[in-house]
Design a protein. Structure first.
Length: 753
């Protein structure tokens, strides 16, 4: 199917642009669709006050026609009385047209009425599922043009609300793959209704090839990229589009214009991020010599860094000789070397001058800008000045500087340095595994919570707070890790928003990461559907900004988490189980509590209980107490001691019918050795002993390649056991249903859905 040229579409948009309209008239929208190769019902536009042409009935054929008022102010015509069915003859059309226009003028005296569109009537059953569909594209500033296909007609929003959004699917128009789209549709209930025979339709309502053709045509139209600043298609919605004669025919169209999206900013030098993450020299602007301000805390943290070479850390201060026993220089120009990293922690009003000095004197290769008070508070000019300074530096032979921030917390690079302006006694970083994880967060406060919750369990190779992206973006860090540090096998992103075009770039990076076997976990903040405020659009009301981000990120291969708990749990599972083999979804569960066996059976998510073989059941009965349940889930009962429970875990782990394991223990039973040693001898348990429950479970986990998670639904008395297990690489959750959800996310992600 040929793609229309930009010039062809521009010619069709010209009348609306010349009249200053942002909405195309319906017949103008039809012309755009026809240019793209999408069928429309035969139609003729009759201007207001004009007579119906004598040849119109013959041109449209059929017994009846549909009359529709044409007004840019009336996108939903039925509510205004602007839709009529008339016999297909001149007199009937003329009479109905005049009466309809009187009704519309009375109901909408504010509307500018251009005339009436006379359309050949297509037989269909309105409001019957499977007879009407919605097909549209909407231009998103971050992700570009987004295709939407779903249930259509007057009940479009009702279907979406009733199904929780499952009555439609979203696709990126860029690099659109019709085969993939059809497979995704066929996996949904509404897609099956459209594409497969059913008890309602003896023959599939929509031919697969017809739908693939219509989707491809609209994707090609949406992906057209005009040059210049003239208005262009922002949204084109067909509702309904209906099956007719083996193809899909548009019966109603709404097209809106808007200025073209902002051009992406010039690319940043990705390789320079290595200087930012692994600096050997650093300077701090803004450390106080009198009080413990943010700059001084950063200086103190950098002083304790292992990565900064001795004698290559400096403070810039106008009068002090030393701060925290670190030598000071009076001005940026006085720095004795070009440092790999400069941290600017001074008020926004002075920050620009400091960055200008670092650039003009060539004293830094990377900059972290800590303070806020720029574009996010309305002072856009301060940010623009800094951006111009940084961009100008890129013309230098050395490639210039990169900048992270402002309004950011900074970076903790594992075993190298820490620029968080938080005292180490408030936010310690204890040695732990986790060098396969990079945590990248737009919110510094959330990154503090994330790293604190995982302290001693996972120490990411880098914890990056990037703020409001005045220069370096989340995508830049993403691309850096894929290109230069592929050891970061799991990438976790907390994202509040994407710069223009960066969402589309992020999707491309997700696909690259998944092809390379990396895990990508995303929490996208901001679930308010800003797009839904757009008047008159079904698409915007059922596919808001968050819906678009979630759908496209998921389709690209990211694990998108709906809650912060899910984000943390999924990140922990992907990082700690990254080297485990996933062969299926069959889970074996071993617990010592009946309520947990019931709870996990009720909350398997995408897992399925493994069906134990006779051999597995026999082996379990031989090691468990007599009253225990040897089926799956295994209920060892509180009578089981450490040996019983571990033997059961070993049997289930070895069972060929089991792909994954959940082990849980309510630890209060006296038979489990799971407490830390008691200094006064009240008990003899010792969680640190080789044959304690955690010790034995660690041993078993190292003998199997199957993913294993542990649940311990009890209080802080058992925190030492939790820490011990997690330090050994076993994810622990404090509720068994949370454990099953995390394992299900991990397994589904590794299996590809």
């Amino acid at each position: 199917m040929p793609t229309p040229s930009v010039d062809t579409i521009r010619r069709l948009l010209r009348p609306a642009i010349q009249e200053g309209r942002t909405i195309l008239l319906e017949h103008e929208a039809y012309a755009v669709l026809q240019a793209a190769g999408i069928a429309t019902s035969p139609h003729r536009f009759v201007a207001r006050g004009a007579k119906v042409p004598d040849d119109l009935p013959a041109a449209l054929a059929g017994k009846e026609v549909v009359l529709k008022v044409v007004s840019p102010q009336i996108p939903h015509k039925t509510e205004a009385g602007g839709v009529r069915v008339a016999a297909n003859d001149v007199a009937a059309i003329q009479s109905q047209m005049a009466d309809m226009l009187r009704v519309v003028a009375d109901k909408r005296p504010d509307a500018e009425i251009h005339g009436v569109l006379v359309v050949a009537k297509v037989d269909l059953q309105p409001q019957v599922p499977g007879s009407e569909f919605l097909l549209s594209f909407r231009r998103d500033s971050a992700f570009g043009p987004v295709l939407v296909f779903g249930m259509g007609g007057l009940l479009t929003e009702w279907y979406a609300g009733l199904s929780g959004g499952a009555s439609r699917l979203l696709f990126s128009a860029h690099d659109f793959d019709a085969q993939h789209a059809m497979e995704a549709l066929e996996a949904t209930p509404f897609g099956q209704l459209a594409l497969k025979p059913s008890r309602v339709y003896r023959k599939a309502p929509v031919e697969r090839s017809a739908l693939a053709s219509a989707l491809s045509a609209l994707a090609a139209l949406g992906a057209l990229a005009p040059e210049g600043d003239e208005p262009w298609l922002e949204e084109l919605e067909i509702n309904p589009i209906v099956p007719s004669g083996g193809k899909l025919v548009a019966l109603d169209a709404l097209a809106k214009l808007a200025p073209p999206p902002s051009a992406p900013r010039p690319p940043r030098p990705i390789a320079t991020i290595a200087r930012l993450l692994h600096p050997r020299s650093a300077a701090v602007c803004g450390a106080s010599n009198k009080s413990l301000n943010a700059g001084r805390i950063i200086l103190r943290n950098l002083k304790q860094s292992e990565g900064i070479a001795y004698g290559h850390l400096y403070a810039v201060h106008p009068s002090a000789e030393r701060i925290e026993n670190i030598p000071c220089v009076r001005t940026i120009a006085d720095l004795p070397e070009t440092v790999d990293l400069a941290v600017v922690s001074i008020p926004a009003e002075q920050a620009g001058a400091a960055i200008q000095g670092l650039v003009d004197h060539g004293k830094a290769r990377s900059i972290i800008l800590i303070p806020g008070g720029f574009a996010e508070t309305g002072r856009k000019q301060l940010a623009e000045r800094i951006q111009a300074t940084v961009q100008a530096s890129r013309e230098r032979a050395d490639g210039g500087v990169i900048l992270v921030g402002g309004n950011c917390l900074g970076i903790v690079s594992k075993d190298e340095y820490n620029t968080f302006f938080l005292p180490s006694y408030k936010l310690p970083f204890h040695a732990a595994p986790g060098s396969n994880l990079a945590a990248v967060s737009q919110s510094g406060a959330y990154l503090v919570s994330f790293t604190s919750n995982l302290d001693g369990v996972i120490f990411p190779r880098a914890s990056i707070s990037y703020g409001n992206e005045m220069d370096v973006t989340a995508c830049d860090f993403f691309e850096y890790y894929l290109q230069h540090e592929p050891q970061a096998r799991v990438l976790a992103f907390y994202v509040e928003g994407f710069q223009p075009g960066e969402g589309q770039r992020f999707l491309s990076l997700v696909r690259r990461a998944r092809t390379a076997g990396h895990g990508v976990v995303v929490y996208k903040a901001g679930k308010t559907a800003g797009g839904a405020q757009a008047a008159a659009s079904h698409t915007a009301s059922m596919a808001g900004d968050y819906d678009i981000a979630r759908a496209l990120l998921t389709e690209a291969g990211a694990l998108v988490c709906e809650t912060l708990n899910m984000f943390e749990d999924a990140t922990k599972a992907l990082s700690m189980l990254e080297d485990r083999e996933v062969t299926g979804r069959r889970v074996g569960v071993v617990t010592n509590a009946g309520f947990e066996a019931g709870a996990v059976s009720d909350h398997l998510y995408t897992l399925e209980l493994a069906q134990f073989s006779a051999a597995t059941r026999k082996a379990l009965r031989e090691v468990l107490p007599e009253i225990a349940h040897a089926g799956n889930p295994v209920d060892a009962t509180p009578m089981a001691d450490t040996a019983h429970l571990i033997e059961a875990v070993q049997i289930v782990a070895a069972a060929p019918e089991v792909d994954l394991l959940i082990v849980s223990a309510i630890p209060a039973t006296p038979g489990l050795d799971i407490l830390a040693p008691d200094p006064v001898g009240i008990h003899e348990e010792n969680v640190f002993a080789m044959h304690s429950l955690p010790g034995e479970l660690i041993r078993v986990s190292r003998l199997t390649r199957k993913p294993l998670v542990f649940a311990i639904d009890s209080g802080r008395l058992y925190d030492p056991s939790v820490l011990l297990l997690q330090r050994a690489g076993i994810p622990v959750y404090r509720k068994i249903d949370r454990a099953s959800r995390a394992l299900a996310m991990f397994a589904s992600y590794r299996l590809g859905g």
